[in-house]
Design a protein around this ligand. Structure first.
Ligand SMILES: CC(=O)[C@@H](O)[C@H](O)COP(=O)(O)O
Ligand SMILES: NCC(=O)COP(=O)(O)O
Length: 254
């Protein structure tokens, strides 16, 4: 069944807005696990706009002490500082993402072909440091799938932002088709396929129905829903919607 990674960045966004000590990302991770999260995702941005170094350290310690029971997926830029930090933490998963300092949110996927040597070196360093699975956050294109396979990545996370932001139903269908084609091509090339960014309670179904996708990472929409419904219900509802979409797709295939 498809896994749900809960991205808790925007719990830290609320805290950083006032530089308070609440709300706690650790508490969010505990509630997410109680509600069925399969993993916890955090993006330690270079500008530290939400998640802080201490948050990553506290989460890593909680996983080590078995206070958290799933595993961490740490999103990281490919800079010396961030890769060295990710190697020190050595979470189970690391997802390599592009970062632009002024962007409101991650705008595009990693250009693996252009930064081939740096991406390859980062994968090798992280793997040697004990990270079990390094994924590349890439645009849903055939070229990106080929570059990811060539560079030796075991996993890609398809950037679903253009799908989420599609301005018309036609554009939405086109973006979904790009995701589907890239997902099947990546799978054919031997990659494991994850997806995420901008997914919410009304657009996640079609992506979850692509049966070669193993994992979705979702944050902003869940934190936003939690304001009204509570964190556990927000996670539980998302997981139920994803699972229903996947079950329906699997039944349709058999
Ligand atoms: C890479 C990705 O899609 C997420 O980490 C997302 O970027 C988190 O939220 P922000 O982009 O708002 O930091
Ligand atoms: N990698 C995508 C992610 O972790 C969550 O992105 P979003 O749901 O906060 O847009």
């Amino acid at each position: 069944m498809i896994r749900l990674g809960i991205n808790i960045d925007h719990v830290a966004t609320v805290r950083q807005a006032r530089r308070t000590i609440y709300p706690s990302p650790l508490h969010a991770a505990q509630l997410a696990e109680a509600a069925g999260a399969d993993l916890i995702t955090v993006h330690l941005r270079e500008d530290r706009r939400h998640i802080q170094d201490d948050d990553v350290a506290v989460l890593a310690q909680a996983f080590k002490a078995r206070e958290l029971h799933t595993y961490m997926n740490l999103e990281s830029a490919i800079t010396e500082e961030m890769i060295a930090h990710a190697c020190r933490i050595a979470p189970r998963d690391v997802c390599l993402v592009p970062e632009k300092r002024e962007e409101v949110t991650t705008e595009g996927g990693l250009d693996v072909a252009t930064h081939f040597d740096a991406v390859q070196a980062a994968i090798q360093r992280l793997t040697a440091a004990g990270v079990q699975q390094v994924s590349l956050f890439v645009d849903p294109t055939i070229e990106a799938m080929r570059a990811a396979a060539d560079v030796g990545a075991p996993v890609v996370e398809l950037h679903t932002g253009c799908y989420a932001d599609a301005p018309t139903p036609e554009a939405l269908s086109q973006e979904l088709e790009r995701i589907r084609i890239a997902a099947y091509e990546g799978k054919r090339l031997g990659l494991r396929i994850h997806a995420g960014h901008g997914l919410h309670y009304e657009n996640v179904q079609a992506v979850a129905a692509i049966t070669v996708i193993d994992e979705l990472n979702i944050g902003h929409a869940i934190v936003a829903r939690a304001v009204f419904d509570g964190f556990e219900k927000a996670v539980r509802d998302m997981k139920a919607i994803m699972h229903q979409a996947r079950l329906t797709a699997l039944r349709g295939q058999s």
